[in-house]
Design a protein around this ligand. Structure first.
Ligand code: FHN
Length: 455
């Protein structure tokens, strides 16, 4: 009798588990409105771009030759045939890679999301793809799923995980120009060189790879496409891909490069919207904001991929000011790190991340969730805004102790953001509002004044 009862009990538990499991797996994600879907991203303002791949071993150098531009283009710029290049994924073994440490450095810098190059133009995938063996699990000795480790580390630390995927693929025979297998004999990624087989690459390789990244690594914040410029890729493919992504994860955000030739700020359609969900100016900040969503992506030196020969590093002060400038114009800042072939962030990058973290920890209130300035940018810095509050980000602290504000600003109370006890006196004139400020700037990079506005 007891055995029968136990058996029934076990059967019941198994059934319940299966049902629970099934319910969990089939749990329908609530489809958000576009504004709801974009909300976290609009509030986040600041993300980390990570360009990492087999090119990170090469560092943009081959014998005495140094690749011009980004070192992630080594295969093309340093004239590797496909066969020659394959030895790099075959030696990719970044034993110092530590996903938790990477995510902590992003979080401590004040970054709220991470965009990892899951596959750059070289075609080598950083996840366990079932579509291809040209990936970190089957081709490299590393045999660890980097996308899995990084996405899990992001989840643990409340950082949104996103991935970049290159439409351009210099390794796949149906993707790059028809000079395969030595594709870069004089082709050098010439957009005019076509491959009649590209639709098969799109349908049977690229789309399934994007699908497995969306199905197997949890919630994906953003899919960041690149390489839209090649002549084989079409608007129809882009629209099909956008629909496919939203069917798998309805609330994922997609950049404008999902569509043909939408790179930058000019990628708007005739209704004045970007294809996809946001514009992607690269290595530049537009003069003024626009009323569409946009994100400026930028390197810290001159290269997206690791390039030890490139020492043109932007200063920490410049990067902080760029963050403020971008937010004051209603955009997001996606700032790049190019880890080396061992899995380490360059020390110059770490120094800048730490400096940005110190500043955002003190002044983040004036950035996260803030909106674009309602005023022309002042000569001394920028404004950002929240309901009932204006933030004056002062790059050039006035020597004479008086800060000139826009004449329409009605002040209820003005304080130094990092020292709310310092209440500042103001005098309004017909032409401007004058604010008495301390002789010494509160911050060595950007000092923020919080202005509670009178109704
Ligand atoms: O060719 C790529 C380049 O390597 C890098 O990934 C940048 C980052 O947005 N996008 C392309 C150049 O526009």
């Amino acid at each position: 009798m007891r055995t029968m009862k136990n058996a029934l009990l076990i059967a019941l538990v198994v059934m319940l588990n299966i049902n629970t499991g099934f319910a969990q797996n089939s749990k329908k994600v609530k489809k958000l409105s576009d504004d709801e879907r974009m909300e976290w991203w609009r509030d986040a303002k600041f993300g980390m771009f990570i360009h990492w791949g087999a090119y990170s071993i090469i560092g943009g150098e081959r014998d005495t030759k140094i690749a011009g531009g980004g070192a992630e283009w080594a295969m093309d710029k340093l004239d590797y045939t496909i066969k020659d290049y394959e030895k790099f994924p075959e030696m990719f073994n970044p034993q110092l890679f530590d996903a938790d440490a990477w995510v902590s450095m992003a979080k401590n810098a004040g970054m709220k999301y991470i965009v990892l190059t899951s596959k750059h133009h070289e075609g080598f995938g950083l996840w366990d793809s079932k579509v291809s063996d040209y990936d970190v699990m089957d081709t490299s000795p590393f045999k660890r799923d980097i996308v899995k480790e990084l996405s899990e580390a992001c989840k643990k630390q409340d950082i949104v995980f996103c991935f970049y995927y290159s439409i351009v693929d210099w390794h796949h025979p149906q993707a790059q120009g028809n000079l395969y297998p030595n594709y870069n004999i004089s082709q050098h990624d010439d957009p005019s060189v076509v491959n009649p087989e590209f639709p098969k690459y799109y349908e049977n390789y690229m789309k399934p790879q994007v699908g497995e990244l969306l199905k197997n690594y949890g919630e994906i914040g953003v899919v960041w496409f690149d390489g839209d410029w090649i002549s084989d890729y079409t608007t129809e493919m882009g629209k099909d891909l956008y629909k496919y992504i939203r069917e798998i994860q309805p609330n994922t955000i997609v950049n404008n490069r999902v569509d043909k030739g939408r790179t930058g700020m000019d990628g708007m359609d005739k209704e004045g919207n970007f294809a996809g969900d946001f514009g992607t100016p690269e290595q530049e900040i537009p003069d003024t904001g626009i009323d569409s969503d946009w994100e400026a992506c930028m390197t810290m030196n001159g290269s997206w991929g690791y390039k030890p020969s490139d020492n043109k590093w932007k200063s920490s002060e410049d990067l902080i000011q760029k963050l403020v400038d971008i937010v004051s114009k209603g955009g997001n800042f996606l700032l790049n790190i190019g880890p080396d072939g061992y899995g380490r962030f360059p020390s110059e990058s770490i120094r800048r991340l730490n400096a940005m973290g110190e500043w955002t920890q003190k002044n983040g209130e004036a950035v996260y969730g803030a909106s674009a300035s309602p005023y022309e940018k002042p000569s001394w810095g920028r404004y950002t805004k929240k309901d009932g509050v204006l933030y004056a980000h002062v790059f050039d602290w006035p020597k004479e102790g008086t800060l000139k504000l826009h004449k329409d600003i009605k002040i209820k109370k003005a304080t130094v953001l990092t020292n709310s006890n310092t209440i500042l006196k103001s005098i309004g004139t017909s032409r401007e509002v004058l604010l008495d400020v301390p002789m010494l700037a509160p911050d060595t990079t950007v000092s923020v004044i919080k202005i509670e506005l009178a109704d």
